[in-house]
Design a protein around this ligand. Structure first.
Ligand code: SF4
Ligand code: FES
Length: 249
């Protein structure tokens, strides 16, 4: 096991074992794990521990990240068996001295912890993630399409999606059906259908009304449990079914 040396910092430091999945599909038959002993303080995040390893021991570990503040959606991975954002997960909250990081499930692996996002962005694009209107100009002296607080409340929670893919990684149906549109895209379909400014409801409902669309969801609910931004894809899917079954308008 490799031990990483970093300068002492104030506060209590615990040594933890960081197990990093290594896999290069170009040359490896299967995934393996490398173990590193890294110091962690109360606020050390899993991403910081991985970056310590890259800086001090093995720079070849592949990991995607950018904002380090749960905004860009880049650093999703499986941490101790659960899809999480590495920059938003403190080691201290895992209650374990052994932290295992693996690439997200249901995404093709590029290398180590980095995965391909093509399927997520294809399905996101498929549901038309933008406001659809027939009119192209505002009426007379109006400056914006106004909404009441109640109208905003219908969808605002769903607008928090950062496209991290954790929901798709947690979804058992994504694993079984490679054509399933997935919870991320369905949640965003609801986000626009429920927006009072949007006029694309019928075209979006037509897109998701498919055996690989909304009806493929078995309502496991795991998508909503792992979302770091409080989006509830499972609830959005039920609301969308309400439109299709005539319970909502
Ligand atoms: S719904 Fe939540 S978990 Fe899914 S992509 Fe958006 S932010 Fe990530
Ligand atoms: S680095 Fe941006 S969400 Fe984690």
């Amino acid at each position: 096991m490799a031990q990483v040396s970093i300068e002492d910092q104030s506060g209590e430091t615990t040594l933890i074992t960081l197990r990093i999945a290594r896999y290069n599909p170009q040359k490896d038959d299967s995934k393996s794990f490398m173990e590193f002993e890294v110091p962690a303080q109360k606020w050390t995040t899993v991403l910081e521990a991985i970056l310590d390893v890259k800086k001090n021991f093995d720079h070849s570990v592949a990991v995607r990240y950018s904002c380090r503040q749960a905004t860009c959606g880049s650093c999703g991975m499986i941490i101790n068996g659960k899809p999480r954002l590495a920059c938003f997960t403190k080691i201290s909250e895992l209650n374990s001295n052994v932290v295992t990081v693996e690439p997200m499930n249901n995404f093709p692996i590029i290398r180590d912890l980095a995965v391909k996002f093509e399927r997520l962005f294809d399905t996101h694009h498929k549901i038309k993630p933008f406001l659809i209107r027939d009119d192209t100009e505002l009426e007379t002296d109006a400056k914006e399409f106004l909404q009441s607080p109640e109208e905003l409340e219908q969808y605002i929670q769903f607008a928090n999606c950062i496209k991290c893919g954790l929901c798709n990684s947690a979804c058992p149906t994504m694993a079984m059906d490679s054509s399933f549109v997935g919870p991320q895209a369905l949640a965003q379909a609801y986000r626009y259908v429920a927006d009072s400014r949007d006029k694309g409801k019928n075209s979006r409902l037509k897109i998701i009304d498919d055996s690989h669309g909304i009806w493929r969801c078995h309502f496991a609910g795991s998508c909503s449990q792992v979302c770091p931004k409080g989006v509830d894809p499972a609830m959005g899917i039920q609301f969308l079914r309400g439109y299709l079954l005539g319970f909502r308008s």
